[in-house]
Ligand binder design. Structure first.
Ligand code: 6R9
Length: 655
């Protein structure tokens, strides 16, 4: 990984976008000195942020670091639901919209902070009546509806640990996660809407539980949505309707005092092999950093309407749909359905309908919008937008510029936020009132975060050289361990650099002459071609830079001569012809942009790329295809038929 980048400033770093003077004048933080202040004493800086929360008992020590285990705000006690809801009732925010809900069929609901308080209290009472107490695990398997946030907050009110499982996951995935966390209760809904169809979540829950497959589950709570309740199978003694349980639950449940280091949630992420990893987060540090990053990265004001399009089943939904926004007393929009239902302008119609001012989405979504064309945006007034965000993958400069021009109309700063389920909250991101952005760069660490790009030995790499991203100091919202598997925690994140105590993020990165960070994708996705390290992401970015290309996925396939040959899977924009001539053009285009060594050896056109349900391209499966292997685990794919189709096509093209 220590090779000189063969690609120079290929990522498009030559254009710089400073925030406008008007933006700077109103920014929550506009003095760059904060970076030095935070770096000089990160613990004091984070303690200042922690003080913005309500504590039942103060902490006695800011950070206790016994590598690789950290504790933050040691001895402090607080309650997350009291911080996200109750404390706003003492202010004018009491009557402010906390959650604005847009259902896929167009049903709409607004919950003020007062409403949210009432609902959280009631549902905390329901859980208590079901015998759930502090430290117990509750699995939440719900669609993107306010009850997902209500159930999460109700858990925190009584100190239970939630494990949210994405509503699109299968019965097998749900069962595995319930059993690993040993949950007592599952909270689900009868159904939900997706592209006009009903997703039958209760049926999937039944399939996960039936036959005693989840022995720890005592009760199932079912919210009624999208399906006639009389048509839903309810197992006597095990299954209960949400609204019926509320009838006999107490109206009020006092928030319990929770230790700063008590568990808040487990969130499973797929490991590269084997069983999913239960990322375990605790209370005080997580809420502190979720709140801090939410307020500064998104420059949030009381007047903002914030929309994060991520599902609550992902960490982005935890930190920036629920905990960050509500801790900050903001208004957050939740949308249940698909971006192209009933038409491809649904997101833009929704922004116009509610006057969304801060919009946070993923590069994969942006590339879909690019593919669909700008006519869908032109139908709507997007002038309420003032800030845009990106998360989930490196954003290629082409998509960045498209987002900037067509969604932001050139006057919204873009915050490209790098972080992970494991980090809990933003780690690398511009502060939009301070940092001039470069398309494709996540810019610099959030104040108070200490990280570096290093070589295989853990030594910092000079500017312009590719290396590995490591985090050098513990941070408040870091994962504390992997649920039930501390050995794996040590191995996966802390063993790579031995005694140096560096957190290994698994991502490649490069720092440029100005100190800007460029993320290069997962290290597993870096190719070694004729002795050169080439990032799959940069070749993808060069391909997408061509006007005919909508999306590209690049992998290295074993090659007898070069070690690895570059193989690209490409989808073209609507109206473009995918033919031999275009293959030649694209190979030449990449050669010119990045250098001849980076020219793809094979290009295969495809209508869809295999992606996880959170939109990340599964390059591992593409490698299986290109190397003629049986396909590995496909259970986390959004649409498994995409890979089988590709496999056939690839084999044909091989002749
Ligand atoms: C929040 C989230 C984490 C991985 C991470 C990296 C990639 C996320 C990124 C980014 C480049 C960004 N990633 N944001 N890469 N630029 N702005 O996505 O968490 O699902 O755990 O994924 O996503 O590779 O290591 P998670």
């Amino acid at each position: 990984m220590s090779n000189e980048s063969v690609m120079g400033s290929s990522l498009g770093g030559d254009r710089v976008f400073p925030p406008s003077p008007e933006f700077v004048a109103q920014a929550n933080v506009a003095d760059a000195a904060i970076y030095q202040t935070a770096a000089a004493d990160p613990e004091a800086y984070w303690a200042e942020w922690a003080k913005k929360l309500d504590w039942i008992e103060p902490w006695t020590e800011v950070c206790q670091w016994n590598p690789p285990h950290a504790k933050w705000f040691v001895g402090g006690k607080l309650n997350v639901s009291a911080n996200c809801v109750d404390r706003h009732l003492k202010t004018a925010r009491r009557n402010k919209a906390a959650i604005i809900f847009e259902g896929e069929p167009g049903d709409s609901r607004v919950l003020t902070y007062q409403d949210l308080w009432r609902e959280v209290n009631k549902f905390a009472g329901v859980l208590t009546n079901l015998g759930v107490t502090k430290g117990d695990r509750v699995t939440i398997y719900l669609p993107m509806i306010p009850e997902a946030a209500i159930a999460m907050l109700a858990c925190t009110r009584i100190g239970a640990i939630h494990s949210v499982v994405f509503g699109g996951f299968s019965a097998d995935s749900l069962r595995e996660r319930i059993n690993d966390s040993k949950s007592k209760v599952v909270v689900t809904s009868s159904g939900s809407w997706r592209r006009g169809n009903i997703v039958r979540l209760k049926d999937t829950t039944d399939a996960a539980l039936d036959g005693g497959a989840c022995p720890t589950i005592e009760n199932v709570v079912v919210l009624s949505r999208a399906i006639d309740p009389t048509m839903v199978r309810m197992v006597e003694g095990r299954d209960h309707w949400w609204h019926r349980l509320e009838e006999s639950a107490p109206r009020l449940t006092e928030p319990v005092a929770v230790d700063s280091e008590d568990g808040l949630f487990i969130l499973y992420t797929s490991g590269s092999t084997g069983k999913p990893k239960g990322i375990y987060h605790t209370t005080g540090g997580y809420l502190t950093q979720a709140n801090a990053t939410f307020q500064w990265t998104f420059d949030i004001k009381d007047t903002d309407i914030f929309w994060c399009t991520a599902d609550v089943g992902w960490v982005t939904g935890h930190s920036y749909v629920v905990y960050g926004p509500l801790a900050a007393g903001a208004t957050v929009l939740m949308y249940e359905g698909a971006p192209d239902w009933p038409a491809r302008d649904r997101f833009w119609a929704t922004i116009e309908k509610y006057g969304v001012s801060v919009f946070y989405t993923a590069p994969t979504a942006i590339r879909s919008f690019m593919k669909w064309g700008t006519e869908h945006l032109e139908k709507h007034d997007l002038s309420s937008l003032r800030l845009l965000g990106s998360v989930g993958e490196p954003i290629n400069p082409e998509a960045w510029l498209w987002y900037h021009e067509n969604v932001g109309h050139k006057n919204c700063p873009i915050v490209d936020t790098w972080w992970q389920t494991e980090t809990g909250a933003h780690m690398i991101t511009p502060l939009p009132g301070i940092v001039a952005t470069k398309p494709g760069s996540a810019t610099r660490p959030f104040p108070g975060i200490t990280l570096a790009v290093v070589d295989e030995e853990g030594n910092p790499t000079p500017a312009g050289k590719d290396g590995l991203l490591v985090i050098q100091k513990p941070w408040p919202s870091m994962l504390r361990t992997l649920w039930g598997d501390d050995e794996r925690y040590k191995n996966v994140y802390w063993s790579k650099f031995g005694e140096k105590n560096l957190y290994f993020a698994g991502d490649g990165a490069r720092q440029d002459e100005d100190g800007y960070l460029w993320l290069l994708g997962r290290v597993d996705d870096i190719m070694l071609v004729a002795g050169h390290n080439i990032s799959t992401m940069e070749v993808e970015s060069a391909l997408v830079d061509h006007h005919a290309v909508a999306e590209a996925a690049v992998i290295g396939r074993t090659d007898a001569i070069k070690g690895q040959a570059i193989c690209a899977f490409v989808t073209v924009k609507e109206g473009q012809t995918a033919d031999e001539a275009l293959i030649k053009v694209l190979k030449a285009h990449v050669g010119v942009k990045l250098g001849p060594i980076c020219r793809p050896d094979d290009i295969l056109f495809t209508a869809e790329l295999p992606k996880t349900r959170s939109g990340k391209i599964m390059r591992r499966l593409l490698r299986d295809i290109a190397e003629g292997r049986a396909l590995g685990d496909t259970t986390t794919l959004a649409d498994p038929s995409v890979v089988s189709g590709l496999k056939d096509k690839y084999e044909q093209s091989e002749g």
